[in-house]
Design a protein around this ligand. Structure first.
Ligand code: DP6
Length: 325
């Protein structure tokens, strides 16, 4: 087998990854926790080819060069080393969600790339190792490999920093209603932001409190306690954005529309709707709610002039090989 195709979902973090203790290996400053987003996916085919002089990469139908190709090729170098391969690869990847939707595509992309590349080489690695390999391409990709609710462990070694499912998708029917307020390409990507995290005086304080928040978040999911969940998820998102805003250079991902939405979400919750917000490295607002309240949330967002569109994603499974062995 030389060719395989894998499909992976993006994920949304409830306890955020921000900053690395080792940037080259993407060993994160802190552990994080997320859920996979069903219905949205990256589908990636890898073909190892002895006769190809260099790696090639086609994304959403267009041949890539420069930084985009280099990032994929560097990741393939890690995989070649582990798989003891010298062949170059042809990689084709496509996302079924719009690039401007504010959903980080790197998590789904590197999870699918890693799993497809390993399968195409005819190797079988366990899920834990696959998460560590995916992590080398994009930190959050480690969390897109296992199913459902996933914890990614911070550690000082490559082997120790892996992700695992802590609850299956069926455990709790949470839904991410993504409110798109801007489809502009972000000015500064996550990789650059991680590098600046330690320039904020607040990063050490944020990291010091992660273990407690992660425990609180896990317990809230375990008990399906939405109020406790909402408190810790919003707090953790706010803390990450406080670090971002106080880094050198400062990173302001929130737009006025993001703030208007955060306020609306808090008001809805005060009225008894089980919804809370979290934001990644962009202005779009992920409104996390229980499935029974999703249509109410979607309706409330549709009434807001700040919202361009919404995407709705329930809890998703893990990465899947859909062709090849
Ligand atoms: C704000 O995993 O995209 O979404 O490792 O450089 O690819 P790289 O960074 P990435 O960072 C994600 C940051 C975040 C928070 C999170 O998903 O935990």
């Amino acid at each position: 087998m030389q060719q395989a195709t894998a499909r992976a979902h993006p994920n949304i973090a409830f306890i955020k990854y921000w900053g690395n203790r080792n940037a080259a290996l993407r060993l994160p400053a802190n552990s994080s926790l997320s859920m996979n987003l069903d219905g949205l996916f990256a589908e990636t085919t890898v073909n190892w080819n002895d006769r190809q002089p260099a790696d090639t990469f086609v994304l959403n139908g267009s041949e890539q060069s420069g930084a985009s190709l280099t990032r994929v090729s560097t990741h393939l170098d890690h995989l070649r080393k582990r798989l003891r391969l010298s062949a170059r690869a042809h990689v084709e990847s496509a996302n079924n969600f719009p690039t401007g939707a504010g959903v980080a595509s790197s998590a789904a992309a590197f999870a699918a790339l890693t799993v497809a590349a390993v399968a195409a080489a005819g190797s079988q690695l366990d899920e834990r190792e696959l998460t560590t390999l995916a992590r080398l391409g994009s930190g959050s990709a480690a969390r897109s490999v296992p199913a459902g609710y996933v914890e990614w462990h911070a550690a000082d070694t490559h082997e120790g920093s892996y992700a695992e499912s802590i609850f299956p998708p069926s455990h709790w029917n949470l839904v991410d209603v993504i409110a798109v307020v801007s489809s502009a390409h972000k000015a500064r990507g996550s990789t650059e932001g991680h590098g600046a995290a330690d320039t904020s005086d607040l990063q050490a304080a944020r990291v010091a409190g992660v273990a407690g928040r992660l425990e609180a978040c896990k317990n809230a999911i375990r008990d399906r306690d939405f109020e406790a969940f909402a408190q810790v998820v919003e707090h953790d998102s706010n803390l990450m954005h406080a670090v971002m805003m106080t880094s050198q250079p400062p990173l302001f991902y929130w737009k006025p529309a993001s703030l208007a939405l955060m306020e609306r979400i808090r008001d809805l919750r005060a009225d008894g709707v089980r919804v809370c917000y979290t934001l990644d490295a962009g202005p779009n607002v992920h409104c996390i709610c229980v499935r029974d309240d999703a249509s109410h949330v979607i309706g409330a967002l549709a009434d807001m002039s700040e919202v361009m569109e919404t995407l709705t994603a329930p809890v998703g499974g893990g990465v899947q090989i859909i062709a090849g062995t």
